[in-house]
Design a protein. Structure first.
Length: 345
């Protein structure tokens, strides 16, 4: 049976690697299809300047395909590298490695709980792992074999877990992308399903990043569905943004078009930021229910600057600190970008 377990793990790795190789090709195709849409206009009254995260020597920090971001209470930025480990960047720019690349297989998204423990979706082994403040690594849920089983966390199975969030009670929510379900892991070590693909409006197609609002609503970036879903604690699903069609257009949230939204984060003022992977941009959903483009112009590239002058290449993740500074995992450029609001008119 050990040989079978190894084979299943290798198969999971291979599937994930094939999916990740396909993402840029899919995004290119979606970009071509989206080209028919005009460049979106904005109606927000503030602007963002984009820079590249640097170290203590003011040199750009490079990463091995960054896919996940999280910020702790002290302002340290944690970065999951899809073909590396987990690294930490202090507010002073000091870079350290928290988990070596041989200790984790294809880490994806990150989240902290209220006690400062870091949770990681380990996509390559179909597990959820935790790193406590002493650096000790623990498997929270998943056998390491791909599948779909609820119940005891040690016996539960996932299939390419991606997005992750933790509520105040310590309940963990996971975007189980291969199964197109939102799963939960209780503090008591039980795994269940909050929403399956048939329970979601129009169905989940390719869920990725998730985030929890203070209201308890869970927001889900459905990359292949080109939508953002909202899920109540009871599991009721509605579309929060996106009309389900490929494109790059702003406006009322339910009329806006996305091109592979891969992650989502909320600032202290109630603005939602979306890593719009296929449009190589960061979109914003304001509290009044309108979608705008915060940075990027729909073209793949690398360049700092203001708003549409900045360029990204397949942004995979977003995170926001206590000062509402936005961090973007610019996966195609292997760097972290920093977005700061510069004015209000």
């Amino acid at each position: 049976m050990r040989g079978l377990s190894i084979l299943q793990r290798e198969t999971s790795l291979q599937i994930h690697q094939q999916i990740m190789r396909f993402i840029p090709l899919l995004a290119i195709l979606m970009a071509v299809l989206a080209a028919c849409s005009s460049s979106p206009s904005n109606n927000i009254n503030f602007r963002f300047v984009v820079t590249t995260l640097v170290d203590a020597n003011n040199e750009p920090i490079t990463f091995a395909r960054p896919e996940g971001l999280a910020i702790d209470k002290d302002g340290n930025l944690f970065v999951a590298e899809a073909i590396g480990g987990i690294r930490r960047v202090s507010p002073e720019g000091v870079v350290s490695t928290i988990i070596q690349d041989d200790e984790v297989a294809l880490p994806s998204k990150l989240a902290f709980d209220s006690e400062g423990n870091l949770y990681i979706t380990e996509s390559g082994r179909n597990r959820i792992i935790r790193v406590d403040q002493s650096g000790r690594i623990t498997v929270v849920a998943g056998t390491g074999e791909m599948g779909l089983d609820d119940g005891d966390a040690e016996q539960a199975q996932f299939f390419l877990p991606l997005g992750i969030a933790v509520d105040e009670s310590g309940t963990i929510y996971v975007a189980d992308s291969g199964n197109n379900r939102i799963r939960w892991v209780s503090p008591q070590g039980e795994v269940g399903t909050l929403v399956d693909s048939e329970g979601a409006e129009s169905g989940f197609i390719g869920i990725s990043g998730i985030t929890l609002a203070s209201s308890g609503i869970l927001y889900v970036a459905d990359a292949d569905g080109k939508r953002i879903h909202a899920i109540t604690p009871e599991g009721a699903v509605s579309t929060f943004a996106g009309n389900g069609e490929i494109g790059f257009s702003n406006g009322p949230a339910l009329e806006a078009r996305f091109n592979g939204p891969s992650d989502i984060a909320i600032d202290s003022q109630g603005n939602f930021y979306i890593a719009d992977l296929g449009n190589h941009s960061i979109r914003i959903i304001t509290p009044d229910g309108h979608v705008n483009t915060a940075a990027g112009n729909g073209e793949s590239g690398y360049g700092d600057g203001e708003g549409a002058d900045a360029q990204f290449m397949y942004p995979q993740a977003v995170a926001i600190d206590a000062n509402n500074t936005i961090y973007v995992a610019d996966s195609g450029n292997n760097v972290i970008r920093v977005m700061r609001r510069v004015s209000d008119e």
